[in-house]
Structures are given as structure tokens and as C-alpha cells.
Write a protein of this length. Structure first.
Length: 326
């Protein structure tokens, strides 16, 4: 590790840290870290390729408000690999089309504007983390697969719960993996196969070795990329579902909780965790990272989500489609 990073760890964070946590864990905010830690991370960010114009265009308020299939098609056409993945997705067993779909415009119409947008965002985001040795590439590939599964899950569950803005949630889920990808490059030992499998333990290790946990690293990186602040705030809220909710559940907390559950299930399935109903139920009940999940939902919505993801074949279908995609 660079000397500046060693110094950053020694200096730690400012005394005024975020107050919430549990089991001795203290969530350290990127707004409260010392200048030394922040400068060290910003130097690391400079070595990453900045996302292309298309990435920013897909996240712009203009696109969300006014985009058309033709406009998205023009953006996507410049990325042949993305086109191939979109066509592979639309022709997968998940959709059961009567005849092969071979044209991009048809695929966008069939899958929907926002589903295709998220496929594009995942690809363009992953491209910013391609500068890695072979051992880290395996970790990045696993995180990418988790993101793909999580996004598909979020799209389905958001519709099931009739959330106000399902398109925004799925985008936030894609971006919630930014910090996890960055930490895999900055300090591989916090994300590789030997790292703790539990999210809480991983965050503790990342705070000790990097100065911040993945969600805060991701938040600072998204700020450096110049993304809209409200989008960044919503993305940052997803991993904070790990912690107890202060106050009663709300539509905002429920949306973040759906994103968190999908991200954790994405990681679980990408790591070949059990997806059969009985085994899955046991994991959902025993996983410490999900300890406070239910408090972020209203009771009826939580029961509906749990029943849906535990239904026979539900997760298996998504896992089967996501694995070859990313």
C-alpha cells in the first residue's frame, strides 16, 4: 500500500463520527474523515478511468424525463458489447419469446427503456474498473454478477410493491456496487475470497485498512464523477439498511430496504449460496446483515417480499439468466 494510505490509517478519522452502529461497529462518514484519508482516496480515484459521456447521459435528469427508445438506441449502438448483452438478455429463457429478437430497437421495446438503461449502466460502470490484475478480476467479476442479479430482483420487487419510482431504485442498486468495486482495487484483501463474507465484518475491515467502508468510498467516488447529489444520497442510503432505522418506516426507507435486500441476495447467489426455499429461508433468518431489515418495511410489505423471494423457482430463474450476462 502507498505510504499516504498507511498514514491515513494511523491518523484515522475525525472524532465527530456518525453516531449510529451496533455490536461495537461505528459507521464512519466520508464527510467526517480526516483530510489525509480523503486525499489518499482521491489519489486512488485518479487512477480509475472516468465513465464515458454515455454514462453521465444515462443518469441525467434530461434522460430520465425525456428519453425515447430511439435516443437510447443511438447511445447504445456505439457499444457493440452492450448491444450483444441486450440481445442475449431478451432472447433468454426468462422471457420465452416466440421468435428470436435480432434488432436492438425491438429488444428495447420488449425489455423496456429502463431495463435496457440499467444493462448499459452496469457495463459502463464495470468498464471503469477494468485496470486490474488477474486475481482482482475474479473478484470484480463476482461483484458484477451480484449487481446483475440484484438489479433484476429490484426491478421485479419494485413493481410488486408498487413503489413510486421503480426505475430510480434499480439505477440506485446498480450504483450501490460502485464502492464495492472500488475497494476491490484499492485494497483487494477486503473484497477477495478470503475477506469476511458478512457485510458488517467487511465494512469493519475496510474502515480499518482503507479509512472508510465501501458505501462511503462509493459515495466519494460518485461525487468526484459529478453525479447529481440527490442520486448519490439515495444510493448511499441502501447499505445503511444494515443499521437500525431511526423512527418509523417510510416510503423512502422501504425503497432503500428493497435495494439492500436485492444487493445482499445478489451477493449471496453470485457466491453460489443456496436458493432453494428451505435453505434460503434459513439463510434469511440467520444472516446477521439482515438483522434490521424488517424494521425498514411496513409489516405487510415485508411479508409480501419474503413470500415472493421464497417462492419455488423465483431466484433460480433470475440466477440462471444473470450468470452468463455479466
Amino acid at each position: 500500500m502507498a505510504a499516504t494510505q498507511e498514514e491515513a490509517r494511523e491518523h484515522g478519522v475525525a472524532q465527530d463520527v456518525q453516531h449510529y452502529g451496533y455490536d461495537g461497529f461505528r459507521w464512519l462518514s466520508g464527510d467526517k474523515v480526516s483530510n489525509l484519508v480523503r486525499t489518499s482516496l482521491e489519489q486512488q480515484f485518479e487512477s480509475l478511468p472516468r465513465p464515458p459521456r454515455a454514462f453521465h447521459e444515462l443518469l441525467s435528469l434530461h434522460f430520465v424525463a425525456r428519453a425515447s427508445s430511439n435516443y437510447l438506441g443511438d447511445l447504445v449502438a456505439a457499444e457493440p458489447i452492450v448491444v450483444a448483452r441486450i440481445l442475449a438478455r431478451v432472447n433468454s429463457s426468462l422471457y420465452g419469446t416466440r421468435a428470436p429478437i435480432e434488432r436492438l430497437g425491438q429488444a428495447i421495446t420488449f425489455l423496456g427503456l429502463h431495463s435496457v438503461r440499467n444493462i448499459c449502466l452496469r457495463y459502463l460502470l464495470n468498464e471503469s474498473f477494468k485496470l486490474a490484475n488477474s486475481s482482482v478480476k475474479k473478484t470484480l467479476s463476482r461483484i458484477s454478477e451480484a449487481s446483475s442479479i440484484a438489479t433484476d430482483l429490484a426491478e421485479r420487487l419494485a413493481k410488486l410493491l408498487e413503489l413510486e419510482d421503480p426505475a430510480s431504485l434499480t439505477t440506485q442498486v446498480v450504483l450501490s456496487f460502485t464502492g464495492h468495486l472500488a475497494c476491490a482495487l484499492i485494497e483487494p484483501s477486503t473484497s477477495n475470497s478470503e475477506a469476511p463474507t458478512g457485510l458488517l465484518q467487511r465494512f469493519e475491515q475496510q474502515q480499518a485498512s482503507i479509512g472508510l467502508a465501501a458505501p462511503e468510498v462509493g459515495r466519494l467516488l460518485l461525487i468526484s464523477w459529478g453525479l447529481p447529489q440527490q442520486l448519490i444520497n439515495n444510493v448511499a442510503a441502501i447499505d445503511r439498511v444494515l443499521l437500525p432505522l431511526e423512527g418509523p418506516p417510510s416510503p423512502t426507507s422501504q425503497s432503500a430496504a428493497v435495494g439492500f435486500l436485492c444487493a445482499r441476495l445478489g451477493e449471496h447467489l453470485a457466491n453460489d449460496g443456496p436458493n432453494k426455499p428451505g435453505d434460503l429461508d434459513a439463510w434469511l433468518e440467520s444472516d446477521d446483515d439482515l438483522r434490521f431489515l424488517g424494521s425498514h418495511f411496513d409489516q405487510a410489505s415485508y411479508a409480501e417480499v419474503m413470500q415472493t423471494i421464497s417462492a419455488p423457482g423465483f431466484l433460480e430463474d433470475i440466477r440462471a439468466v444473470a450468470k452468463p450476462q455479466d
